[in-house]
Design a binder for this molecule. Sequence first.
Ligand code: ATP
Length: 476
Amino acid sequence: MNFFLRFAGVLKEVQHFLAKLLVILYSVIFITNANSANNLPEVRPVSPTRAPLPAPAIPDLPLPANVPQFHRPRHKHFSLHGAPTVAVAPAHSPFHGPLVTSGHPPTSSSVSKPSMKRSTLVPPSAGLANIAPAQFSNGALPAGLAQPPLSPDSSGCCKPDTVLKRGSHGCHCVYPIKLDLLLLNVSQNPNWNLFLEELASQLGLRVSQIELINFYVVSLSQLNISMDITPHTGISFSDWDAAAINSSLSTHKVHFDSALVGDYKLLNLTWYEPPAPSEAPIIGSSPLKAPAYQTSTSSSFGASNKGKHSKLILIFGIGAGLLVIAIISVLIICSCALCEGKNKASPKETAKPRTADAVPAAGSLPHPTSTRFLAYEELKEATNNFEPASVLGEGGFGRVFKGVLSDGTAVAIKRLTSGGQQGDKEFLVEVEMLSRLHHRNLVKLVGYYSSRDSSQHLLCYELVPNGSLEAWLHGK
Ligand SMILES: Nc1ncnc2c1ncn2[C@@H]1O[C@H](COP(=O)(O)OP(=O)(O)OP(=O)(O)O)[C@@H](O)[C@H]1O
């Protein structure tokens, strides 16, 4: 019974273990899927996802004023507000115009060289009149509004998605973070160098890392500016750095001197990074024909799918391995429990001879452990070889002899007549019973002798002196 209870306990533990294993497995699958879906670091505390404004579709508007976005074109597109986004990687030279965040692919005009020629762009829809660009050309800037210092055009030596690193020698191209900000309440004659310094210092960057590549006049005091932020070291920003910049801007941790800019809105943030090592571009190589954007994207998605598959295979492999380990553990635990049960059952079996059912078929009978087993020779000696002179009386089962054991104990030895195999059994039961009974009015059993071979069964009691009660009452 105990064994089965223990076995049930083991099964319960195994069940718990398997349940935990499944939970862990599901967690791993969930986390991996989540990571592959986002591929972003944890730093996104107050993401624009919580922006109350919905993301409208803005046809042909280069820089929609109310749609902050955070793209990661080389990987899964990531939109913090969940709005449908389009990869906005410039399909041509990285010094092309501002990024387009609508559902339309970049048009030829939108990827034109940064300049005030942007006045040729299509005006925004009527629904966006509040941010409708004033369509200023270079020569039609509002009076007194200073033009931001745009970076000069590069030679176009860089591959798509990369920009020339400022201050570098030769054609040193890096993967930038492209940033579009809507500046509000811009002062009439802002010190753009100071603006860049403030922006850089609050984003933890150097001024040399930020390049203004385009601006777009929205109204007298509002400017859309596009800038490239290049990594100080390496060829691209890490997940952490990109998320930190995005977080700082989207949560308005960056504050400008009100004498320069009153406020700002993060319109778009696109983070570029190199493709997988197998398809890594050779930075600084001679200009090659830029591949079509779609091709680039689809290949990166192919790699992403491949990575996903390998992750899934890895997860299932780990799961299967854990399952096998769990099954083996269960088997080991069960076999151990069985062994333990058998070992514990053995002593019980050895104790069985105390009961009537446990009498062996041949040889000497097992001795009850509750009383002494006396040697036949000793009993024989004690009764002087069972001489008739030592007979005390005779009962229903045989004669009773008076004797003295080797240790001097006076005893009455009852010699039973043989009762066959059944008699052996009954005798042993009797011995077991008698040896356990203790009362002042009961004669104490000193020991016994039993042999199936010789069919000898003897009980040895302590001697009650002075003869029998019957003799005293009725005389001999
Ligand atoms: N421990 C003893 N000390 C002294 N005499 C004993 C003792 N046991 C038995 N006797 C004597 O042996 C006689 C026979 O005893 P035994 O127990 O064999 O038979 P019983 O009790 O008389 O009858 P039954 O066999 O039906 O039980 C008794 O009458 C008694 O005189």
